[in-house]
Write a protein that binds this ligand. Structure first.
Ligand code: SAH
Length: 338
């Protein structure tokens, strides 16, 4: 059965038209769900009983349930139970500019990046659009505050679950929905080229982040198996097409792994690869995990890498570290479960 929280506005409009109803009913349903946060359909007072009964027949209204919450200073980790018993996690981060949530897009992940915990559990299934929407709604309910930005950087590869992810973005971005501005939504991908091209045609002003992590194919092949299917030169061409099409600056994520990809020669090679592109590099201090042999670059080396890029006129920032105490940091989700 379809879930109401996974319906884009256009899909609901189509639904009402098919049922010989006015299309503005879709907006009314959105207002009840996302503005008034009504959870009982019988409270939808401007929608007549017959339609409410029809909606009840056609849609489920359940959301994933929070079964565990871990709170640290600026970060909280939430464990959700899905209706089939699977579990996923989301992370809330408190910044001085607002609250952001890192959502999971798949149960497990098949991308197999060597340094990432998430890939140790193979993909079991897609996270449905309503389950992504649910991660936001349920966290907002618990904290009694609104989320201002969303990053698709939890467990899973968003572009390996394209349709649900795009619907999720449309739903949270809708001004009558949760109304999170496109520029406050960031999708991070390991580089599935055909889907990057598809995304560029959507005409949504979201931020695209590419997990690059290596400046050449031989290293990237070792760290990220996806590189064998979509090698660096092809990926960079796709990034160029994306920028040309959307006129948006793209983020290049680069996790610094001690003695693996963090040397000056790597920084120079990276600068060369990115020269002239409308991108900025986000250096990610590696979060060490218990199971994997990689370690974090020393602070000094991070600084040297940063300075080298700067000298080469590359825009670069170092990502603030969140949540290592409660295993809520990038790549740490689920680590306690397996
Ligand atoms: N599959 C997507 C999004 C999920 S991961 C992607 O590959 O982009 C979000 C980011 O965290 C990615 O850049 C990923 O490579 C990085 N990451 C994974 N494990 C990490 C770790 N232990 N420490 C720091 N970053 C990590």
């Amino acid at each position: 059965m379809l879930n109401i929280y996974g319906q884009t506005k256009e899909e609901l409009v189509k639904y009402f038209i098919e049922h010989q109803e006015k299309s503005f009913k879709a907006t009314q349903v959105y207002e009840w769900l996302y503005q008034k946060r009504a959870t009982n359909i019988d409270d939808f007072s401007n929608i007549k009983k017959e339609i409410r009964d029809q909606l009840k027949k056609d849609f489920a209204f359940n959301l994933p349930e929070i079964i565990e919450r871990q709170v640290d200073k600026d970060v909280e980790k939430y464990l959700f139970l899905l209706s089939d018993g699977e579990k996923i996690e989301a992370v809330l981060m408190r910044h001085d500019y607002g609250l952001s949530v890192c959502v999971s897009t798949e149960v497990g992940c098949n991308m197999g990046c060597a340094f990432c915990e998430s890939g140790r559990l193979k993909k079991i299934r897609n996270v449905e659009a309503y389950e992504m929407v649910g991660q936001i709604l349920q966290i907002e309910k618990v904290i009694g505050q609104r989320i201002s930005s969303v990053v698709l950087m939890g467990i899973g590869e968003p572009l390996d679950n394209y349709e649900n992810v795009v619907n999720f973005i449309k739903i949270i971005n809708d001004p009558k929905g949760i109304a999170i501005g496109a520029r406050h939504i960031t999708l991070s991908t390991c580089g599935i080229i055909p889907k990057i091209d598809e995304l560029s045609n959507l005409n949504i002003q979201i931020n695209l982040a590419i997990s690059l992590h290596a400046p050449n194919d031989s290293l990237r092949n070792k760290l990220m198996p996806i590189n064998k299917a979509y090698p660096l030169d092809k990926l960079m061409e796709a990034v160029k097409r994306y920028i040309a099409k959307t006129n948006r600056r793209v983020t290049i994520e680069y996790v610094l792994l001690k003695n693996v990809n963090d040397q000056v020669v790597h920084a120079k090679e990276l600068a060369h690869l990115l020269k002239g592109l409308n991108v900025y590099v986000n250096l990610i201090p590696y979060n060490e995990t218990n199971h994997l042999e990689f370690s974090k670059s020393p602070q000094k080396q991070i600084q040297v890498f940063y300075d080298t890029l700067k000298k080469e006129n590359i825009n670069v920032t170092v990502r603030r570290e969140f949540g290592s105490k409660i295993d809520a940091a990038c790549g740490q989700l689920r680590s306690k479960e397996i």
